[in-house]
Design a protein around this ligand. Sequence first.
Ligand SMILES: O=C(O)c1cc(C(=O)O)c2c(n1)C(=O)C(=O)c1cc(C(=O)O)[nH]c1-2
Length: 571
Amino acid sequence: MTFGTRGFLAGISMIAMLGAGTIGVRANDSLLKAQSDSNQWAVAGHDYANTRFSPLNQINAENAGKLSLAYSFSLASLRSNESSPIVIGNTLYVSTSWGPKYVYALDAATGARKWTYEPEIPDDVLQYACCDVNNRGVSYADGKIFVGRLDGKLTALDAATGKALWTAKVVDYKQGSVITSPPLVVRDKVITGFGGGEYGVRGALQAFDINTGKLAWQTFTVPTPEEPGGDTWKGDSAQHGGGAAWLVGSYDPKTDTVYWGTSNPGPWNTAVRSTGNGDFGKLTNLYTASTLALDPNTGKIKWHIQTTPADAWDYDGVNEAVLADLNIGGSNVPALMKADRNGFFFVANRETGRVLSAEKYVFSNWAQKFDLATMRAVEDPDKRPGPGHPAKDICPNLIGGKNWQPMSFNPQTGLVYIPSNNVCMDWSVSDVAYKRGVFYLGAEFPTKEGPGGFLGELVAWDPVNQKKVWSIKEDLPFNGGTLTTGGGLVFAGNIHGDFRAIDAKSGKMLWSKNLGSGIGAGPVTYMVDGKQYVAIVVGRTAALPAFLGEVGKKMTAAAPEGGSLFVFSVQ
Ligand SMILES: O=C(O)c1cc(C(=O)O)c2c(n1)C(=O)C(=O)c1cc(C(=O)O)[nH]c1-2
């Protein structure tokens, strides 16, 4: 059995290391150093590239059946617990869904508490969080921990003591903008987005000085009428146009580029912001439902890919961009991979913004295919709802082929592990007027079960050949994010609370344990004093089932709410 990972030099680690000086652009030295130590889990997505791949291999396909509990820790916070812990040295930092205890620092080997961060978060944040109160984790750099808060603030804490060092106001949460995802630290800047795609906010990304919390730049994801892209909106609809950057960003130190996705346009009724009849011409509502590449120094947008133009289905483009160098047709391609909510798996050249391939990774019928020449989906006009023409049996439904639950990429198997959904819907639009801080939708969207007798599927996807290699079907949607390791494993939970170790090559289930509440979060792994641990936060989605009718009722019946961290090892 091998314990070390020193020889590991797969493409992903190299992405983190490339920034260490050789190419000329420094990222954040402390964070790069933390990422290059494979015993740690330094970023919510493991690394700047969001791979969720750890080369650790002490726990592997031979001994996974012997996994047992090392410790558990109550987060003392119910509702949707979605946090990916990070581990720096021997300290594990984990956030909760909404407090009152918001962030804990624990001894990563024993679970003993080091400090707790308890800010005053007003109770009314619940009414401004479209999809429940939650937090997907914290970020680290320069001896500080950064947390984006439900009340629209960003706080820096002393990583050693938990003492608050500065707090910056990012956004007024009362417009319907909570912060639910960790920020991205690049050099001296802490970059964050905020939510509100369902409340008609105008989305933005903002960078704050790492030492003072002072605003360094702000980039709106939806232009004014005078700016480039401003003519892609009907009238002055862009001012409530959504495009919220509510999920996580990625970063490539080699080209010094940040990648971030944007949410659906507001409102859901396309007639307000486009032509509403399918022949939307130029009215595509830039830069919503898109992937943006930005300069971290200035926030300037370098390029964009709009995967769902004039979105009519709530197909946010926020899902995480996973960066890896792929061998495509004999060439080493700097790729960006995204399992889009709209059901297409996109592989793009992350330096040029050109889509190289896009195939359906779930059953999807709103578009026949994605045309690489026009960089646009070829839609089925019957599936585009608008005034006077409701649409039926559209797949995927609004939670998407994949939602926020993170996928992972294993450079050893070459596969991506996607927690996918198989749910469809009907859709009809209705009149809607903007009112600050309330839902700005204008649509009905009854849920239907997807074909095939299953509603969720863990899909192992070959991104080069764009095809499914193996899968595990689930009776319900909205299952947990994935972790993959150098031990040849995939770890993932489901909404029943079953936490599994799976053979990364074959899909064979090697170990399963029910943890008492549904799992949405992505697991993480780390090593302390020569022992590898796997950590998972449990606590099923609390409010999302309300969007999903009978399917939602089954989801709430599957497991009670919860809020705990479980940590496993092989004894
Ligand atoms: O447009 C937005 O601002 C926004 C924010 C969030 C969020 O911050 O959690 C979600 C969504 N949209 C969304 O569309 C969605 O399906 C969703 C699911 C969840 C969750 O925590 O389970 N959040 C969100």
